[in-house]
Design a protein around this ligand. Structure first.
Ligand code: SF4
Length: 174
């Protein structure tokens, strides 16, 4: 249910408005440890170490300004590779408009690299909930009388917005 709740506003969003994913934006999330060390992107990266990216830290709030930390973040191999993963998602995944490229930490832990796409996490939190919502919306539309009124004469509440994702058929799990 939690995944459905989170996915609903991402599916039923205004036309032309993209679903934001702050886990892939430089300093979209600012994660700070008790010593003032700053990381960004997925919060789980703070405190973790990796051979390719070191300690994932981008600066310290005691010695660097936010603007300096932002510049370090944008210029980092960390962001470079996360951005490659987002590009790959954008080019290959029909759920991108809802997901925005997923959780970098799950790409790293599940696939071993940021510049990758699908994970079991995104399947469970993005793909399956989106499929269920669109299937339910299809059933709702198919059962709606032509005049929009139920047989007892009470008005049927119309959905506030059409789903912004618009595949001819709801996307299905591979
Ligand atoms: S659902 Fe998975 S593969 Fe699709 S855009 Fe999101 S992270 Fe990428």
């Amino acid at each position: 249910m939690r995944e459905i709740d989170h996915a609903l506003p991402r599916v039923f969003r205004p036309e032309g408005v993209r679903a934001r994913n702050i886990q892939v934006e430089p300093l979209g999330m600012i994660n700070v440890d008790s010593h003032g060390n700053v990381s960004s992107f997925s919060p789980e990266l703070l405190g973790y170490k990796n051979a390719d990216y070191g300690d994932f830290l981008l600066g310290n709030i005691n010695t660097a300004s936010l603007a300096e930390i932002y510049r370090t973040c944008v210029d980092s191999p960390l962001f470079r590779d996360i951005a490659k993963g987002i590009d790959a998602c954008r080019g290959t995944c029909e759920y991108f408009s809802v997901c925005g490229g997923g959780a970098p930490v799950n790409k790293l832990f599940e696939n071993g690299r940021f510049d990758s796409t699908s994970t079991s996490f995104c399947t469970l939190t993005q793909m399956v909930p989106t499929d269920l919502i669109l299937e339910a919306f299809d059933r709702f539309e198919q059962n709606l009388p032509d005049d929009g009124l139920p047989h007892d004469g009470n008005a049927v509440a119309q959905p506030a917005a059409q789903p912004a994702v618009s595949p001819a058929q709801p996307p299905r799990m591979p």
